[in-house]
Design a protein around this ligand. Structure first.
Ligand code: ZN
Length: 155
């Protein structure tokens, strides 16, 4: 029975690894402290299963020429506002939604979605992929307002 469950899980890991690597060129993971999550959700999350999945994903990604990258586990991905980069002092695990206390921001976040945005940004930066860097925002804005439009208006 145990073997059956293990095989079914492994089978699902392979499918998921293929699905993710078909869909994305870069995959970023936080090397989580799963201890905290375990404390909250008990046995549903297993370090071993997650490690096994990452091993399979690494293998599949390498074969397809995709990149799997890990970000620093001490990076406060959950506590940082993905909009303004304000970092909360603490964010208890049972808080699923929060509003950024920066009065200039007040963005409303789902805990996991916010963390995943931060992980993507941190991972992209670590690989030197400039697309999501904060300091690139101005460049993107300039691109959206091409100088020739201004020229046409003044002509
Ligand atoms: Zn904010």
């Amino acid at each position: 029975m145990h073997e059956k469950i293990t095989n079914r899980r492994r089978d699902w890991f392979w499918k998921l690894a293929h699905e993710l690597t078909d869909k994305y060129d870069y995959l970023f993971f936080e090397t989580l402290s799963l201890k905290g999550m375990k404390r909250l959700w008990g046995r549903k999350i297993s370090d071993l299963a997650f490690a096994e999945f990452l091993k399979i994903l690494d293998f599949v990604a390498t074969k397809k020429g995709k990149v799997v990258s890990y970000i620093d586990r001490w990076y406060p991905s959950s506590k940082e506002c993905s909009e303004c980069h304000h970092v909360l002092d603490s964010l208890p695990l049972d808080i699923r939604y929060w509003i950024c206390p920066n009065p200039a921001c007040n963005a409303r976040h789902g805990r996991d979605e916010n963390a995943s945005k931060n992980i993507k940004r941190a991972g992209s930066l670590s690989l030197g992929l400039n697309g999501v860097r904060q300091s690139q925002t101005a460049t993107v804005a300039r691109t959206l307002n091409p100088p020739n439009l201004i020229h046409e208006a003044s002509a």
